[in-house]
Design a protein around this ligand. Structure first.
Ligand SMILES: *Cc1c(COP(=O)(O)O)cnc(C)c1O
Length: 343
């Protein structure tokens, strides 16, 4: 069987997770009557230190729901370079919320100074008002780097002072917590709204949540319905999330070690560049120098030898570790990769 390092979304629900799903008590969630969904929302809200949370089908819908809840058409939103909300949501932000993005910083990170340099005033005759700043933690295209918490605190404090709301795209906030040793509540505290995904490292088949203040989440509830994301007996899905919080959270540390292992093998190959300092979680992005095979070639050759990866640019490749690949799989994958890059 192939070693699938394309994404942590490829994970399969385990037999135990499926059992928890099959046994889940359910009700009509649109009436607020699904006990499993309610329990999951309460647990996530508590973990994140927020008043309320809302279960949605995907991370994209979580981000889009948050965006719609906190902006008006014509608003300006500050985002990091290559953010998911900018590059991976099919233009939804422009189509659904009518916002424009200003991209700030580099490598997926930015600072309070970047925020101040790009934050546009409210009530200005010509400029679009900046009403939201979003931070992705960990940053996918930034090689899974954890956004420095002191920068988050400084940016969100400044945002608050300027009447700008703050959104954390925490699709991999569980990874950020394990990697940094900071609790989910500490990571979430500076933000008005936080999204987290169950279908990445936690290994659930479906689901994300949006968390924040109760009144904001009530508005988000309506937005979810507008986007067609209201669900009924969704407790079957929520039960997978409840299971994952109990059994799949602490083990993310293994994924991080495995990513490190891959990175440390690849960095020794001439013509391969990896910023080892940024390999802090379960994502390894490496670049191939001119004269080396390009990303598409490496990915095709690796596939023939049973290792699946994603092309992330002309000369950039991404590998992601997760609960369905073991340490041995990762060592083997790194050897195969070293082989196909060098040949
Ligand atoms: C995966 C991901 C999402 C959500 O993706 P979906 O495929 O819609 O669940 C959002 N943000 C980041 C940073 C992600 O990596």
């Amino acid at each position: 069987m192939a070693i699938d390092l394309r994404s942590d979304t490829v994970t399969q629900p385990s037999a135990e997770m499926r059992k928890a799903m099959a046994m889940a008590p359910v009700g009509d969630d649109q009436y607020g009557e699904d006990p499993s969904v309610n329990l999951l929302q309460d647990r996530i809200a508590e973990l994140l230190g927020k008043e309320a949370a809302l279960f949605v089908p995907s991370g994209t819908m979580a981000n889009q729901t948050a965006l719609k809840t906190f902006t008006r058409p014509g608003d300006d939103v500050l985002v990091s370079t290559e953010a998911h909300i900018l590059l991976h949501e099919s233009g939804a932000s422009g189509a659904n919320s009518g916002v424009q993005f200003s991209v700030v910083g580099e490598g997926g990170l930015f600072t309070r100074t970047d925020f101040l340099a790009h934050c546009k005033p409210h009530g200005h005759m010509v400029m679009p008002p900046t009403t939201l700043v979003t931070i992705e933690n960990t940053h996918n295209r930034g090689s899974g780097v954890v956004f420095p918490q002191e920068d988050i605190v400084a940016i969100c404090r400044e945002a608050n002072a300027h009447g700008v709301h703050s959104l954390c795209d925490g699709a991999r906030l569980f990874n950020a917590s394990i990697a940094s040793g900071l609790s989910l509540a500490e990571l979430a505290a500076p933000f008005d709204v936080v999204t987290v995904a169950l279908s990445k490292g936690l290994g659930c088949p479906v689901g994300s949540l949006v968390a924040g203040r109760s009144d904001d989440m009530q508005r988000a509830h309506r937005v979810r319905r507008m986007f067609g994301g209201a669900m009924r007996q969704a407790g079957i899905l929520a039960a997978a999330g409840l299971y994952a919080l109990d059994y799949n959270l602490a083990r993310l540390a293994d994924d991080h070690k495995n990513a490190r292992l891959i990175a440390e093998t690849l960095v020794q190959i001439r013509g391969v560049t990896i910023d080892l300092e940024k390999i802090q979680s379960n994502i390894v992005i490496f670049s191939l120098a001119d004269g080396m095979p390009d990303a598409a070639t490496v990915v095709t050759r690796a596939k023939i030898k049973g290792v699946l990866l994603n092309v992330f640019g002309l000369r950039r490749v991404r590998a992601v570790t997760h609960l369905n690949v073991s340490r041995e799989d990762c060592m083997r994958a790194a050897e195969i990769l070293a082989d196909v890059i060098a040949s």
